[in-house]
Design a protein around this ligand. Sequence first.
Ligand code: ATP
Ligand code: MG
Length: 253
Amino acid sequence: MGHIIAVLNQKGGVGKTTTVINLAAYLKKMNKSVLVVDIDPQGNATSGLGVNKQLLSITTKELLKGSHTVDKAVLQVNDNIHLIPTDQTLAALEIELVNSGEREFRLKRALERSNYDYIIIDCPPSLSLLTINALTAADSILIPVQTEYYALEGLSQLLEVVQLVRNGLNPNLELLGVLLTMYDGRTILAEQVKAEIVAHFGNKVFDTVVPRNVRLAEAPSYGKTINTYDKWSKGARAYRALAREVHQRVVSG
Ligand SMILES: Nc1ncnc2c1ncn2[C@@H]1O[C@H](COP(=O)(O)OP(=O)(O)OP(=O)(O)O)[C@@H](O)[C@H]1O
Ligand SMILES: [Mg+2]
């Protein structure tokens, strides 16, 4: 069985999607089979991996409805990553699901029989039913935190939800790690925020810190991972190191 990682933080714009795409790229470079599941109706992971959202026929929505399997829904995209794409119609499905049976287990059921070394789920910036589906399906969570003044705000709420899920829907859910993103080493603030997060999460904070790097922000507009867009950039180095660290943590359990 492979390992399913939900990348989440209900705060918007902290680097979830950037992490999903580029972690996937470097796990793939390590010869792992990798499936990215986009469960954010914004579809940023879908377009960031070079897929035109206007042309989708089978998406995460069909997967959650149970009308298609992973094998039917999957696209092979850049860097040989596999992707279950999504578009904004997923938002409506979330409302439909609210009154349906096993509504928290839709993603888990859909992924159960798929065979990948890693499945990485890009969550929306909310603690919604879609995110709960990710937490129910996942083995572990990776929380990107933007290295800025309000970084810790909202994290206690996030951890409360994770604890609720552990108490019921998914007792085995683990915190894989907390990832500092958009780190600007020139500022004292960034250092302070880092120290604060380390004080809070201890060795759960990844050694790898993702610097603020414009190449990371440019790559998705070309539909490329950082490895294809600029593999020598600081951002690429960081995500390559992160993939090694993630794999290390997963295999050492
Ligand atoms: N390390 C970085 N350096 C510079 N820009 C970055 C970095 N990481 C992400 N960005 C940019 O910041 C913006 C937000 O990043 P991203 O989309 O990954 O966040 P998100 O948490 O997925 O957002 P949302 O909550 O809307 O889904 C994007 O424009 C992205 O290109
Ligand atoms: Mg995103």
